[in-house]
Design a binder for this molecule. Structure first.
Ligand code: MG
Length: 267
């Protein structure tokens, strides 16, 4: 199934997304936040609503995480393009929740502080069950609620200057997410992740090329911090990162999720 979060009668609500006459529509209101529901995602309580085409809805980020955990350098070709060795264990960092941005929202380049702001299109994983200290034999799939598209927007010059990444990765609007969450993908089998700027393809990759699989990533993070329902993991970016300018439109398409589209402005 697929769901989104959107403004309905003045409130943020979750809605079921289904094709109607070949076009995605929000067809039902979900009565609990999906990450707080019990049992299977497909069995969430819902009620009928006036159907809305997904493209006409005012979307919100489809996640309400307690934290956003990101993986650095999870594709060989991306590590190489930045001049880094291939990591031998996952490199993790956090983005603040205040960086979340809705589909269609403006990425605000902090032009007075940074001269180079890059796109990083990534597969996002949403956690569905609390996990702590998973063992090497634990199957991580039951802990995953679904998948989405993420843009891990990065002030590259500040990342290089600071030596750690909180400022470079943490500006408001630096974490666009959406448009929907789907549990219908299989990253183990390979999911395409593509990023375009003004319609031109800049990044292309497949999750088959991950250095660290989702099993390794989730077990690794769970040794450090308890992952809670709703938490978001950005799984790393394929090669082709590059700068965005005011006036650009960045699109991140994760196969099976749809396109996360955000214009860029200066502030
Ligand atoms: Mg990244």
């Amino acid at each position: 199934m697929k769901y989104c979060r959107f403004t309905h009668e003045g409130q943020f609500r979750y809605g079921l997304v289904e094709p109607v006459a070949g076009e995605e529509h929000i067809t039902r209101l979900l009565l609990t936040a999906p990450h707080l529901g019990e049992g299977e995602l497909d069995e969430l309580p819902s009620r009928r609503m006036q159907q809305v085409p997904l493209d006409d809805a005012v979307l919100a980020p489809p996640v309400e995480p307690t934290k956003i955990v990101c993986i650095g350098r999870n594709y060989r070709e991306h590590a190489k393009e930045l001049g880094h060795p291939i990591p031998t264990e996952p490199l993790i960092f956090l983005k603040p929740n205040s960086s979340l941005l809705r589909p269609g929202g403006e990425v605000r380049r902090p032009a007075a502080l940074s001269e180079r702001v890059d796109h990083e299109g990534e597969l996002g994983v949403i956690i569905g069950r609390r996990c702590r200290r998973l063992s090497d034999s634990d199957d991580v799939r039951p802990f995953i609620l679904g998948y989405t598209s993420v843009n891990d927007v990065t002030a590259r010059d500040l990342q290089n200057k600071d030596g750690q990444w909180t400022r470079a990765k943490g500006f408001d609007t630096f974490c666009p997410v959406g448009p929907v969450v789907s549990n219908e993908l299989d990253p183990w089998a390979g999911v395409n992740v593509e990023t375009r700027v003004n319609g031109e393809v800049r990044q292309q990759g497949t999750t088959r090329d991950f250095i660290f699989s989702l099993d390794v990533i989730i077990r690794f993070i769970s040794q450090v911090m308890t992952l809670l329902p709703g938490d978001l993991i950005a799984t790393g970016t394929p090669p082709g990162v590059g700068p965005v300018q005011a006036g650009d439109v960045v699109e991140v398409s994760v196969e099976g999720v749809g396109t996360l589209r955000n214009p860029v402005v200066n502030e």
